[in-house]
Design a protein. Sequence first.
Length: 77
Amino acid sequence: MSERLEPGNGLWEKIFERFSRGNTRAKGSGLGLYLVKTIVESHGGRVWVEDRMAGSSRQGSRFVVRLPAGEAGESTG
């Protein structure tokens, strides 16, 4: 039995860890979401996962990226 991606069971936080793959048959190294989180945070943003339909984890997940707004042409680095 595979673990479900549900709030409070620690999997939502774990999927953003380096080389985290969970119980899946999908190919990959487990770096994708880790890299997304690293890049987003380096620009002062946040990334998180939530239920696609509030309160219903069986309807899928939504990955949210929030970045701070800057002035046009402004460099963040």
